[in-house]
Design a protein around this ligand. Sequence first.
Ligand SMILES: [Zn+2]
Ligand SMILES: [Zn+2]
Length: 299
Amino acid sequence: MELTFLGTSSMVPTKERNVQSLLITYKDEGILLDCGEGTQRQMNIMGMNRNKITRILISHWHGDHVAGLIGLLMTIGNAKEGKKIHIYGPKDTKRHFQAMKDMCFFYEKLDIEIHELNPKGVEKFFENQDFELYAAHLEHSIPVLGFRFVEKDVYKISKEKMKKFGLKEGPMIGKLQREGKIVVKGETIKLEDIADLSIGKKLAFIFDTVICNNCYALAEDADVLVSEATYGSEHEEKAEAYKHMTVKQAALIANNSSAKKLILTHFSQRYKTTGALEEEARTYFPNSLCAYDFMKVKI
Ligand SMILES: [Zn+2]
Ligand SMILES: [Zn+2]
């Protein structure tokens, strides 16, 4: 699994940073979180295949998070006619998306399905055999969602344990993985007898918000917490006025929710470099770092 930061600025793109977008790649899935203006070109510069996007999660309908949507979808549509893409977002996502399409000649080449989410607490909205996706409302000037990606725990076969039961690789092991148990010479062998449980990774994504209870709930025990941190603490009043968070607040969420790693993003254009922000974050949560455009994180 890999995270790619395609844009790490808030509101205004700078020479160094584009506006918001982040991609999770996991097996056959490409999950794009927000799609600020220019996101498809950011992918182009990185040599990433845009056609691999399967789901787009929209945190909220502020321009810096969505203005690149139509262009990206048109490009994918030209290359992959009929491809299914799921778009998830807060209430009124259907209306906003329709308005975007009406703004230009949008050719309906893709099979787009829109899902409006209205979660109660942290609520699951998608599941497949590998992972689950959750959303929760956060608190911003307009409706906004935070997200959580939870990889499922899986049993991984241990060759040492197989030996103990005199088992060799072959169809019996496949059957054991599928059915959870097999009978060998009258003895029942369970999957957990010959396999180790590998705990799935948890990722949390907190975009534009003030600090609120759902921030902690989304971030609980996360292996990686990605959080907006628009300002350093010197601008705490501004953060409150514009309904954003400071670096310190994001670090305290990571600390209080037992997250393992914190990645900060969505920086105000006033910060030409992020060394001081990173230093501040580390005083409250040592395993913190500031994202930059084109940063990749393997998980
Ligand atoms: Zn924003
Ligand atoms: Zn916003």
